[in-house]
Design a protein around this ligand. Structure first.
Ligand code: ASP
Length: 585
């Protein structure tokens, strides 16, 4: 691509031996400077394509990060000074003219990739941080992913529709960010947690296939994979089953992965939520590695060993190939499992016994010979392996062993390839909350499986067995996103509202406009949304999404660059009809 402008003929990092003898002008930042004697200096000038060595033979004031324009002749370096680590290492520019375009204070931190700089300082000076190779690579990779995803949706007939930012609340279940209204003091807009209701309206409006890379805002505690504001590929389609949704989203995601890695992922396996919980102890299994949870409950029915007298016993095995754990490490693991809610963690080494592999150490002495050999067989354990068992109520066993599995076996973020997985048949309700009301696992417009509609009328614990037509896309143990087929039958929608205890008044106040729209011919529809930040982070091999966002907030939700959030002056508050209370003591 020709990137020449009125100020430059070439890009620093693109000059090669083929340019030998040409007169060129390059612009950029002073990356490094090496003085040789009184006047002679080697200046590395940098733009986003790389650096080029400029030989300056006159007095100059150039310092680190000054912005300069250099004109000169490209020449080959003498063979013994060529730098094979550098794309431009065979040549240099013999500079005839230097123009300083901007001076610069010394940078707040070194711009090499080796120095570990405190994140708050990086974010405070993000414009300097961005000049580094890692940020340049990540932000450009992000743009590549955005455009591949857009293309992927558009080539499947999706139409981009933009939806508003100042809206009434959406039902994703997180806390809203709100914006006070000046025209109606005391009233507030909510910022969208997602475009959920609008995309459903688009379906009723006959758009057929909607998509948008939408900004979503949720006031939740921040983590490595969560920011207040994030970008979602948001999609909705009419006259579909969940199979259709899987096909289009897999296509768009495969486009993104191919654009970055050059290889098109073809495998998007499926697993039910139930199976994911039983085998991986998680609804977002990291399938880059094995170490699956093995069912041991039948072995322990009628056991004498008190610790294993529980409604569920499961175990995992750590291979001998993995570095052995020290006693201190094991004690720390036991404590960690207790923090996760387990009463304890039973661990045993597998040794060479007189009659084949046997269990040694820890609680092994409480097991009968038969129980020991059955545990070894079930876990397919060999001498040198270690086994970990948890006995408790089933949900807890799965939860604790699921976390332990990650702790012991999870590869670094940039290893193990891209393992996509569709998790299907999520339960409609997570638990039965206080007062007997079920807690929805998704938003209240999620369609239950037709075979389970009868359970809705049974109520009570039967509700926990209702499967929904809701699904997640998981990549390497990260939840990329979720979606569902929506309810378009008023009788089912009303039943769900009843079960959730959302009365007529609340329905009308919160979603009245959507319910009204449903009366005017609502086609069956369903959709999906996935987090672009997470997808980009995984494709970039980053474990923190802040590394792929140009201007993120810190973990505590503040912005060291602009200082947001900041107080608002009294006059502005008056106009909005607001008063700020003194901080609670
Ligand atoms: N609106 C949902 C979310 O943001 C996704 C969907 O159901 O399409 O999680």
């Amino acid at each position: 691509m020709d990137l020449s402008t009125s100020l430059r003929t070439d890009m620093c990092g693109q000059l090669t031996a083929a340019d030998d003898g040409r007169t060129v002008t390059v612009c950029g930042w002073v990356d490094r400077r090496r003085e040789h004697g009184e006047h002679l200096a080697f200046i590395d000038l940098r733009d986003y394509t790389g650096v080029v060595q400029c030989v300056v033979d006159e007095k100059h004031d150039l310092r680190s990060e000054f912005v300069a324009r250099m004109t000169g002749t490209v020449r080959r370096r003498p063979d013994d000074t060529a730098n094979t680590n550098l794309a431009t290492g065979e040549i240099e520019i013999d500079v005839a003219d230097i123009e300083i375009l901007a001076e610069a204070e010394p940078p707040p931190f070194p711009l090499d990739e080796r120095t570990d700089v405190d994140e708050t300082i990086r974010l405070r000076h993000r414009y300097v941080d961005m000049r580094k190779e890692r940020m340049q690579r990540n932000l450009r990779l992000r743009a590549t992913v955005n455009s591949a995803v857009r293309r992927g949706m558009e080539e499947q007939g999706f139409v981009e529709v933009e939806t508003p930012m100042l809206i009434a609340s959406t039902p994703e279940g997180a806390r809203d960010f709100v914006v006070p209204s000046r025209k109606e003091p005391g009233s507030f807009y909510a910022l969208p947690q997602s475009p959920q209701l609008f995309k459903q309206l688009c379906m009723i409006g006959g758009i057929d296939r909607y998509y948008q890379i939408a900004r979503c805002l949720r006031d939740e505690d921040l983590r490595a994979d969560r920011q207040f504001e994030f970008m979602q590929l948001d999609a909705e389609m009419t006259f579909v089953s969940q199979e259709d949704v899987f096909a289009v989203i897999s296509h768009a995601v495969a486009n993104a992965a191919e654009a970055v890695t050059g290889e098109r992922p073809t495998e998007f396996p499926r697993i039910t939520w139930q199976e994911a919980q039983e085998r991986f102890g998680s609804d977002k299994p990291d399938t880059r590695f094995g170490m699956e949870l093995v069912e041991l409950t039948p072995i322990f029915t009628g056991t004498e060993a008190r610790v294993f007298q529980a409604s569920c016993v499961k175990g995992i095995k750590m291979d001998a190939g993995v570095e052995a754990l020290s006693r201190n490490q094991i004690d720390a693991l036991v404590e960690t499992c207790q923090r996760w809610g387990a009463k304890g963690l039973a661990w045993m080494k597998v040794i060479d016994g007189d009659d084949g592999p046997a269990l040694d150490a820890g609680v092994a002495k409480f097991l009968s010979a038969d129980e020991s050999s059955q545990v070894i067989a079930a876990l397919d354990a060999a001498p040198g392996d270690m086994v970990f068992l948890v006995a408790d109520e089933r949900r807890l066993v799965r939860h604790v062993l699921g976390l332990l599995r990650l702790e012991l076996g999870r590869p670094p973020v940039n290893e193990g390839g891209l393992n996509f997985l569709w998790v299907v048949d999520f339960p409609l309700f997570e638990t039965i909350g206080d007062g007997g009301k079920p807690v929805p696992a998704h938003h209240p417009f999620t369609m239950p499986h037709e075979e389970d509609w009868g359970l809705l009328d049974e109520g009570g614990d039967a509700l926990l067995d209702v499967r929904s037509q809701a699904y997640d896309l998981v990549l390497n143990g990260w939840e990329l996103g979720s979606g569902s087929i929506r309810i378009n039958r008023p009788d089912i929608q009303n039943r769900i509202f009843e079960l959730l205890g959302i009365g007529q008044e609340e329905r009308q106040a919160k979603f009245g406009f959507l319910l009204d729209a449903f009366r005017f011919g609502a086609p069956p529809h369903g959709g999906f949304a996935f987090g672009m930040d997470r997808l980009v982070a995984l494709l970039a091999g980053e474990s923190n999404i802040r590394e792929v966002i140009a201007f993120p907030k810190t973990q505590s939700g503040s912005d060291p660059l602009t200082n947001a959030p900041t107080p608002v002056d009294a006059a502005h508050l008056d106009e909005l009809g607001l008063r700020v209370l003194p901080p609670a003591t």
